[in-house]
Design a protein around this ligand. Structure first.
Ligand code: NDP
Ligand code: 2IT
Length: 445
């Protein structure tokens, strides 16, 4: 039995060398639940924590494909099937050159708790590849997706493991992978979520992560009697999550002044209105261009190679990638009057940044709570597929709102400390209890 958090983390680090992002995600959870564990020795005796940090299965495979010049290219594919205590493995696929086992283990580990919070029966998993879709032709993306699914298909299934999108994987890639799965298996099933609307997809799934994050931030603001109306909002990223986050903030009367991509950020003091957002959606989803072009079209400032956190804002909604807010960024945000941060991305704030937010007692919603709307609507897509029905936009949106609200309540229940809510602690404890109890019920497996 471990005496201290540091002693536990030493073992995690020595068993998983070099997996820095995974260590970071585990430490955050363990720090939150440590006290709860000491008060509940049944979890210690059954080594729930030791079992929880060990994926049930990790699959790693070769993905060979031919580029447009006929040259053979080789990427590495992964699926981390982390925990199936409360349902089939569920989580996205990420295609990005930075993808490694550490990144996918951190994402899969986070996903276990996130999925538990959604109230739906989904276990945790994550996968992807170091393939870089940037600059590739349609044909190359399709060839890669088909090769990737040629191996992945034997490990997944509607009651086993149900992947979806993440960075670099959107409707286009899900389509190519679904087509290949169906061709190999001769089965039309809900094996992937984020599908097209006329072949089993759910209304609101594309919007769900962004909308859900804004619904969650709205609940957080309401605890202070506040709302999005008239708020200046900094959003990072310009992909799926950033786009629909911006759409919902505009609808609720807020003003989004920043967006970004991996090359830099744009700052528009007038606000990104619906028309400008439509242009961004076309730029990123159809033309696949860079955010720099925004300032050439609409004016404003382009901050080359910089993140958007220098912008003065009331609310920050990081929606690009992990560790995109460090201590200095967090201090700048707080100094400039930011009162609320809700994470659309997974682990965008590093541990020092989280300390700054919590230390200053601002509203801070961690990704596993704030961005759970995406996987929640994936869960609703699975339900619709299994009953061969599709629900209306209003029905799905209503269910999404209710789920985000219940996640907020769970965070409040386990994270309330006087008049402050520690959402990190609340989300981790609430997520943990459901998984740990299910694992206890199912014996040593
Ligand atoms: P997209 O691929 O649609 O967009 C990603 C955006 O983030 C792009 O603007 C991209 O810029 C930027 N970005 C990616 N990597 C980096 C990097 N290393 N440095 C700076 N910017 C970067 O992905 P999503 O919008 O789907 O995902 C964004 C975040 O939200 C991720 O953390 C993901 O895990 C999380 N998330 C996504 C969900 C979903 O349903 N899609 C659900 C829950 C969380 P560029 O174009 O230059 O690459
Ligand atoms: O990080 C995430 O929750 C996602 N990328 C969505 C996963 C899903 O299965 O919809």
């Amino acid at each position: 039995m471990y005496k201290t958090i540091d002693a536990f983390m030493e073992t995690v680090i020595s068993k998983n060398p070099g997996q820095d992002e995974f260590h970071q995600a585990v430490r955050e959870v363990v720090e939150s639940i440590w006290e709860h564990l000491q008060d509940n020795p049944q979890y210690l005796h059954t080594k729930i924590l030791d079992r929880l940090i060990e994926p049930e299965r990790v699959i790693m495979f070769r993905v060979p494909w031919r580029d447009d010049q006929g040259m053979v290219q080789v990427n590495r594919g992964y699926r981390v099937e982390f925990n199936s205590a409360i349902g089939p493995y569920k989580g996205g696929l990420r295609f990005h050159p930075s993808v490694s086992l550490s990144i996918l283990k951190f994402l899969g580990f986070e996903q276990i708790f996130k999925n538990s919070l959604t109230t739906l029966p989904m276990g945790g998993g994550k996968g992807g590849s170091d393939f870089d879709p940037k600059g590739k032709s349609e044909n190359e993306v399709m060839s890669f997706c088909q090769s990737f699914m040629t191996e992945l298909n034997r490990h997944i299934g509607p009651v086993t493991d149900v992947p979806a999108g993440d960075i670099g994987v959107g409707g286009r890639e899900i389509g190519y992978m679904f087509g290949q799965y169906k061709r190999i298996r001769n089965e039309f099933t809900g094996v992937l979520t984020g599908k097209g609307l006329n072949w089993g997809g759910s209304l609101i799934r594309p919007e769900a992560t962004g909308y859900g994050c804004v619904y969650f931030a709205q609940k957080m603001l309401q605890t202070k009697g506040d709302s999005f109306k008239g708020k200046t909002v900094a959003v990072s990223g310009s992909g799926n999550v950033a786009q629909y986050t911006t759409e919902k903030v505009i609808e609720l009367g807020g003003k989004v002044v920043t967006l970004s991509d991996s090359s830099g950020s744009i700052y528009d003091s007038e606000g990104i209105d619906s028309e400008k957002l439509q242009w961004v959606m076309d730029l990123k989803n159809v033309r696949r261009g860079r955010m720099k072009e925004y300032t050439e079209k609409f004016g404003g400032e382009y901050w080359d190679g910089k993140r958007p956190w220098g912008a003065k804002c009331d609310v920050a909604l990081p929606s690009a990638t992990q560790n995109e807010i460090n201590k200095e960024d967090a201090e700048t945000l707080v100094k400039n009057g930011c009162i609320c941060v809700a994470e659309g991305a997974n682990m965008p704030s590093d541990p020092d940044a989280i300390d700054v937010f919590l230390g200053n007692k601002i509203l801070f919603g961690p990704g596993k709570a704030a961005n759970a709307g995406g996987v929640a609507v994936s869960g609703l897509e699975m339900s619709q597929n299994s009953i061969l029905m599709s629900w209306s936009r209003e029905e799905v949106d209503e269910k999404l709102k209710n789920i985000m609200s219940s996640i907020h309540d769970a965070c409040e229940k386990h994270g309330k400390d006087g008049d402050f809510i520690n959402y990190v602690k609340g989300a981790n404890i609430a997520g943990f209890i459901k998984i740990a109890d299910a694992m206890m019920d199912q014996g040593v497996v």
